[in-house]
Design a protein around this ligand. Sequence first.
Ligand SMILES: NC(=O)c1ccc[n+]([C@@H]2O[C@H](COP(=O)([O-])OP(=O)(O)OC[C@H]3O[C@@H](n4cnc5c(N)ncnc54)[C@H](OP(=O)(O)O)[C@@H]3O)[C@@H](O)[C@H]2O)c1
Length: 219
Amino acid sequence: MEVVVNAAMSVDGKLSSYERRQIAISGPADFDRVDALRAESDAVMVGVGTVLADDPSLTLDDERRKERRSAAGKPANPARVIADSRIRTPPDARVLDDEAETYLLVSEAAPADFVTEMRGAGATVLQAGENRVDLETAFAALESHGIDQLMVEGGGEIIASLFEAGLVDRLSVFVGSLVIGGRNAPTLADGDGFVEAFPELALESVEKLDDGVLLSYTC
Ligand SMILES: NC(=O)c1ccc[n+]([C@@H]2O[C@H](COP(=O)([O-])OP(=O)(O)OC[C@H]3O[C@@H](n4cnc5c(N)ncnc54)[C@H](OP(=O)(O)O)[C@@H]3O)[C@@H](O)[C@H]2O)c1
């Protein structure tokens, strides 16, 4: 499976404010690029922190992209994948609506009644890891469900874990021309931080887009 991480951050590396409030970091050209990237993917993933903060739908905006996918025999929208160890996703979250298939990656510690509730809401629940989702095992399970191209949209906790596990193949990051600040504001890679063996990337391209810069790396 190829894993592509995409995010928008401020010049100081923040994904959102310290209140975890979504900030308009990019502009229309970048939104369109992200929509195109989603359309090329079999699934779009976020951590439960992003579901709780933003309640995203993770579906395509451009109807023509949905039509093109349908014409190619694919579902109109890519599937959604949520990493949610103990099932904190609210039953009325938009990622559980009927617009696309949803995979919930959970740990063995997820309460059985919540698992039943999520299955009832139409989600495919995949269990991997004792207390926290074991991403490597969960990704192997996703692959067996036909997901070969996975786009990860954040947030900082899940991105950090993916780098730590060596699971990121490509990173694209839009750097918007603003400063968000705040020592507790989410950054591109949070987690505990690396002490040695810092993940190193190869810069592939730099492009001016909207009022910012798109940086593309292979990992
Ligand atoms: N600018 C952007 O491009 C962008 C994109 C997305 C999000 N955001 C912002 O980012 C913020 C949310 O980021 P976040 O870091 O709090 O949340 P996140 O990365 O979306 O989700 C983190 C949660 O995922 C769960 N998880 C399950 N397995 C995990 C694993 N193996 N490793 C790490 N986490 C795992 C954990 O909760 P459990 O332990 O309960 O499972 C963890 O707390 C919001 O403010 C949102 O607006 C910005």
